[in-house]
Design a protein around this ligand. Structure first.
Ligand SMILES: [Zn+2]
Length: 120
């Protein structure tokens, strides 16, 4: 889960920087700057939470089973985006299928697996 959080954070920071960058381009919109800053900020918060979680001793990897579906929602409830259309996904859109979290986008009806290698 930690790797996923880091990847998600990296994507957020990457797009955040792109937004800020794009705001200064000729066809850019200054309103992109706060969007970029928020995106980068959320990315850093995710990294902070992910690294903080690592420092908690006595938390066995097996305990991840209890959080299953909730975890992607908790980590990125406001930031989870559809890979196809970019629509914001809520935890209700995530279903456990054969032990893997599968996202069904309510906007474009795309169904895909949330993670390549689920830990639970
Ligand atoms: Zn979609």
């Amino acid at each position: 889960m930690k790797i996923i959080a880091y990847i998600l954070a990296a994507i957020l920071i990457f797009f955040g920087v792109l937004f800020i960058w794009g705001a200064f381009s000729p066809q850019g919109n200054p309103r992109w700057i706060p969007v970029g800053i928020v995106s980068v900020g959320i990315g850093f918060v995710i990294i902070w939470f992910a690294s903080r979680r690592k420092n908690i001793p006595g938390e066995a990897p097996g305990t991840n089973v209890t959080v299953n579906v909730d975890l992607p929602g908790n980590v990125s409830m406001d930031t989870l985006k559809c890979k196809s259309c970019g629509g914001t996904l809520s935890p209700e859109n995530i279903k456990m299928v054969a032990g893997a979290p599968v996202v069904t986008c309510p906007y474009c009806n795309t169904t895909y697996q949330l993670t390549e290698e689920p830990k639970w």
